[in-house]
Design a protein. Structure first.
Length: 353
């Protein structure tokens, strides 16, 4: 369904003579802080299909305070079933003898209270929508006002930033968070990364003969795995953001791979030249210079492939791609990069054959 842009405005609690509104509160509490119900408000305007435009205009003029005007009104029956929406623009431009049923729209965008913040974020972020009805089993349970949507988007962006940094998001402002809470938020992720990173030691152990034969190979290990991780982080950060904005998805995997592989080849050539110069400055000999240069090229291209595919595959599996954080990408590339490094060294250096 095409999403329509409406004027931004706060909504008010208002009734017409034909409908007695239920008790309404400013914000409905919910145990699940990631659900839409934790953000929705009960501050909405309700009208009935039998109301005339004149009646609604009169109540609107009587009840409005300040300069804020609601975006649209909600057409409800006595059981709170949502029959349609009445945009304020349509209200103000319609003849007063008409009924709400003749002016209201029955085609509208809505969300349900049990939907997650992440799902709603993808639907409404940059869509032009500023007020969204929250409907469950046909009944209006609340609305997302502009300020509610802004809070939801801010919380989702905060969570994504924390996940991409390899940490759990904070539940309160940073300066109000205790060191114990920060330890709890970070330690679990660090332990997971520690376990994942441990396999790099296994790789080094497997290639200890090559390291003993050419100790100079060890000089470049931090440089090589660092370059691969940095390259992957750049791609993942850009791609996850593009996915959050709805710009790319799994259907675009071919275009993404072509773009990133083309870019990575240019970056790989640049890094390969830089690696050869660095090896030359260290005076390690032409064979190791070639190994380091080729490895940088291969790791950069490999990093591009991994960082381009994994986020979109996870999104297809209904996993938040933000969990493909920079530390996880770097950890994955560390071990595979070492394998590439030592395999290239084994084929290039005559001393290791």
């Amino acid at each position: 369904m095409k999403l329509t842009h409406y004027e931004k405005a706060d909504t008010l609690v208002m009734t017409t003579p034909s409908v007695n509104p239920p008790h309404q509160t400013e914000r409905q509490t919910h145990t699940d802080e990631d659900a839409v119900s934790a953000y929705m408000s009960q501050a909405y305007i309700r009208v009935a299909v039998s109301d005339t435009i004149a009646q609604v205009k009169h109540v609107l003029r009587e009840e409005l305070e300040g300069e804020q005007i609601p975006t649209y009104l909600y057409v409800l029956d006595e059981d709170n079933y949502l029959n349609g929406i009445l945009p304020v623009k349509a209200l103000l431009t319609s003849g007063e003898e008409l009924f709400v049923a003749e002016v209201m729209r029955q085609n509208y965008f809505f969300v349900s209270p049990e939907q997650t913040r992440h799902d709603v974020y993808e639907l409404i972020n940059n869509s032009g929508i500023d007020t969204v009805p929250v409907v469950q089993f046909g009944k209006l349970t609340g609305i997302l006002r502009p300020q509610d949507i802004a809070e939801l988007i801010e919380d989702e962006n905060t969570q994504d930033a924390a996940l991409q940094g390899g940490s759990q998001p904070l539940d309160e402002p940073y300066l109000s968070t205790s060191p114990v809470t920060l330890w709890r938020k970070r330690a679990v992720w660090l332990l997971m990364l520690f376990v994942a990173e441990a396999y790099t030691g296994t790789v080094l152990k497997a290639f200890e003969d090559q390291l003993e034969a050419a100790i100079s190979l060890a000089f470049f290990i931090p440089l090589l795995i660092g370059t691969g991780g940095n390259s992957g982080t750049q791609i993942t950060s850009t791609l996850v953001r593009a996915m959050a904005l709805g710009e790319v998805g799994l259907r675009n995997i071919g275009a993404v791979l072509r773009k990133e592989l083309t870019t990575s080849l240019m970056v790989a050539f640049t890094m390969g030249c830089a690696g050869m110069i660095r090896a030359w400055f260290l005076g390690v000999g032409p064979e190791i210079m070639i190994v380091v240069s080729l490895t940088l090229v291969c790791i950069t291209v490999w990093s591009a492939v991994v960082s381009s595919i994994i986020p979109m595959v996870l999104q297809r599996l209904k996993v938040d791609p933000a969990v493909v954080s920079a530390p996880f990408i770097a950890t994955l590339i560390d071990g595979t990069g070492l394998i590439i490094y030592f395999e290239i060294a084994r084929h290039v250096m005559t001393d290791l054959v």
